[in-house]
Ligand binder design. Structure first.
Ligand SMILES: Nc1ncnc2c1ncn2[C@@H]1O[C@H](COP(=O)(O)OP(=O)(O)OP(=O)(O)O)[C@@H](O)[C@H]1O
Ligand SMILES: [Mg+2]
Length: 232
């Protein structure tokens, strides 16, 4: 279980995250939705150890992550797929995947089988330069690279960004499968519709604060969410 308690994060004078509480239970899909600039990515980066909070705690099964380097956090199984994918453009698809396993010597055949079962296109494209992949393929590559790190908790920052509707559905189906195989998912999304549909538990963030919390279904049915995020 990952617990974010009374978390506040600032950039200089700007307080981007204000006293936020979020609990991510083992084996669930927990979604965080909110408009541009709400503070979603800031929370993800703080979990990953890339930003330090001004106050609050982040506990993984009771252990404080805030004292750890981002490398130690990765070793504990918390792996982020960053917004905008951040793949290495000039390296091949396979080289990018290998980078996700940098803490080990090699990737087992079964792991390749698992990744290619989720993302068959990456097998076809394994020798192609990553920068020449389509946006959707780059998202798949970023997820594949995270998966070879054997995440206990996968942090996904706007995986559907810039993708055509059909591909969005495909990516969300894959996220569900990854979760069913035993990986906890923390999903940050602007696509509230899809993010709430697959979430067991979700949060709505507004200007740095948690405005609403509930099951995915409760939030999808909430009048406020429908009006502000679902165009209802
Ligand atoms: N490096 C930075 N320096 C100063 N302010 C920042 C920095 N990064 C983010 N912010 C500000 O913090 C706030 C939260 O940003 P954040 O990236 O967490 O939002 P977000 O919810 O992920 O938005 P989006 O949906 O657009 O990705 C915004 O007002 C943003 O301008
Ligand atoms: Mg963001």
């Amino acid at each position: 279980m990952l617990e974010i308690k009374n978390l506040s994060v600032s950039y200089g004078m700007i307080e981007a995250v204000k006293n936020v509480n979020i609990t991510i239970n083992d084996n669930e899909i927990c979604s965080l939705i909110g408009a541009n600039g709400a503070g979603k990515t800031t929370i993800m980066h703080t979990i990953s150890g890339l930003l330090s909070p001004t106050s609050g705690e982040i506990l993984l099964d009771g252990e404080n992550l805030l004292k750890m380097s981002s490398e130690e956090i990765v070793k504990r199984g918390i792996i982020q797929v960053p917004e905008g994918r951040r793949i290495f453009q000039k390296m091949s698809v396979n080289e990018n995947i290998l980078l996700g396993a940098y803490q080990r010597k090699n990737i087992e055949d079964e792991e390749y089988d698992y990744i290619y079962s989720l993302f068959p296109i990456l097998k076809e494209r394994s020798k192609q330069l990553a920068g020449t992949l389509s946006g959707g393929e780059q998202q798949m590559l970023a997820m594949a690279r995270a998966l070879v790190g054997k995440p206990k908790i996968m942090l996904l920052d706007e995986p559907s960004m810039g993708l055509a509707p059909l591909l969005v559905k495909n990516i969300f189906d894959i996220i569900k499968t990854i979760n069913e195989k035993g990986t906890t998912i923390f999903l940050v999304e602007q696509n509230a519709n899809m993010a709430l549909a697959i979430a067991s538990h979700a949060y709505v963030m507004e200007t740095g604060k948690i405005a609403l919390e509930g099951t995915g279904k409760e939030l999808a049915e909430s009048e406020k969410v429908q009006k502000l995020y679902l165009g209802g």
